[in-house]
Design a protein around this ligand. Sequence first.
Ligand code: CA
Length: 230
Amino acid sequence: MQHKILVVEDEADVIDMLSINLRAAGFNVVTVSDGAAALARIRSEAPSLIILDLMLPQMSGLEICKVLKSDIATRHIPVIMLTAKAEEVDKIVGLELGADDYVTKPFSPRELVLRVNRSLRRGKDKVPSVEKLVIGQLTLDHARHEVLVKNQLVELTATEFKLLALLMDRRGRVQGRDRLLNDVWGYESVIDTRTVDTHVRRLREKLGSLASYIETVRGVGYRIGDGEPG
Ligand code: CA
């Protein structure tokens, strides 16, 4: 299988250099030059790896990385950050935010291809869906695709499962309706934000005695709390 690499970079000569060398190494290459385009393409292209420049217009590489690593749909995709010499500190911050590796500019194409192959190999050893989320008496098991309420199995639709997984994964943080709509139903979605409310209502019904775990934050959206529900 030919791996697809998404390159997020705004400098034309670096894009050319990366594209030529990655294609020569047998990769399928997609390039974008800003954060918004990057986030949209990551969803539509499902790349095997992302090469992300730190200094980009509008949204920085760090911000993009943070979004990717906080989303269960994209967090498994390895990210290699491109940084400039003067950005030592940012480099470390980048790794804390979940970048898998970094390369300092100027870099040799050979070195970069080596890093790409290494990250892809490492990614293959990772089993992305063994993750089990437990909050109070609510358990969500990605590997088994199961939800347990007080140890009782609950049947959820694929959308309800995804919605619950996002809320549990981002516990303690309010998720706006628009954000949920984007992350659960996808960027291209034309459906109304009231759809989110409908699904949350059904999800609560299925959670039964744990329904209150999903809190409504008036005018904003929904949240699952950190500890015991109120
Ligand atoms: Ca740049």
